[in-house]
Ligand binder design. Sequence first.
Ligand code: SF4
Ligand code: SF4
Length: 95
Amino acid sequence: MALTITDECINCDVCEPECPNQAIFLGVEHYEIDGNRCTECVGHYDEPQCVALCPVACIPVDPSRIESRETLWQKFRRLQAENSALPAKNRPPVL
Ligand code: SF4
Ligand code: SF4
């Protein structure tokens, strides 16, 4: 499953730098999650880092993005392949 950020977000900036997939970005009103990049932290951590850190618990599962663990793993592998194709200076840091 990918996660989503609700309008209860207080834009505290805590989650964005902790996402290992660079899936979180500042939208028009509040932070948002790119469902094509969110693996629910599969491949990196045992639990979603954004959920663990959010002070207002505003990051539920996106009901329109129900995905199996296998699908999330495949997404992780795709993102890794995309990252490795980037020039070294443009790659996200290894967490
Ligand atoms: S669950 Fe993990 S991959 Fe998804 S947005 Fe949160 S920190 Fe990023
Ligand atoms: S940690 Fe929660 S409140 Fe803070 S920016 Fe992220 S989603 Fe919003």
